[in-house]
Design a protein around this ligand. Structure first.
Ligand code: 5GP
Length: 197
């Protein structure tokens, strides 16, 4: 059976990870994108169980106590975590898994699952990132400044990632992500195992 791989995608808030993933998923059907849990309030149009599992802080802590998270982290005043169960079920079915998580979570997974492939999505410039965050219209000026500061710190840890994709256009970035996933499935060890079977 084809082996699934874990791809971790990080990048500053507002860089367009969601839009890039949407285009990628039109090209790669059999991928499980993990739905994280968070204590942040839903944005307009976000649905519980689809975009996030929206939890209150007490329930989030219960999930931590039950060891239900593969990783979790605090990001600009809210908690975010990857539920373990669904990821492991998808992996057991041989599907690729994509986790869209921040750098703290990515580094936790890299420790626990060193075979995971880490991909960083960066903006073409800081001014463009600020423009995108402002255009989204979901955060106060103060929150936008916090997210920008956080973005600069995150980019400094990008050297720990295997790949760096610049989201200049969604099409280009989705194309590069798709190519990375294909290349990872062409690694000689994986291919040689398939031939042996
Ligand atoms: P947002 O509030 O913009 O949806 O997400 C804020 C940040 O949290 C983004 O960088 C996003 O990648 C990250 N994030 C989303 N889900 C998770 C998760 O399950 N774990 C961690 N560590 N970060 C997450």
């Amino acid at each position: 059976m084809k082996k699934g791989k874990t791809f971790i995608i990080s990048g500053p808030s507002g860089v367009g990870k969601g839009s890039v993933l949407k285009v990628l998923l039109e090209r790669r059907k059999d991928v499980y994108v993990s739905v994280s849990a968070t204590t942040r309030q839903p944005r307009a149009g976000e649905e519980n169980g689809v975009h996030y599992h929206f939890l209150d802080v007490d329930t989030f802590h219960e999930w931590i106590a039950q060891d239900a998270f593969l990783e979790y982290a605090e990001y600009v005043g809210n908690f975010y975590g990857t539920p373990k169960r669904f990821v492991d079920e998808a992996m057991a079915e041989g599907r690729d898994v994509i986790l869209e998580i921040d750098v703290q979570g990515a580094l936790q997974i890299a420790q626990k699952r060193p075979e995971a492939i880490l991909i960083f999505i960066a903006p073409p410039s800081w001014s463009e990132l600020e423009r995108r965050l402002t255009a989204r219209g979901t955060d106060s000026t103060e929150k936008i400044q916090k997210r920008l500061l956080r973005a600069k710190v995150e980019c400094q840890t990008a050297s720990a990632y295997h790949y760096f994709v610049i989201n200049d256009t969604i099409e280009n970035a989705a194309g590069e992500l798709n190519a990375i996933m294909t290349a990872e499935h062409c690694r000689s060890m994986d291919r040689m195992e398939i031939i042996r079977d």
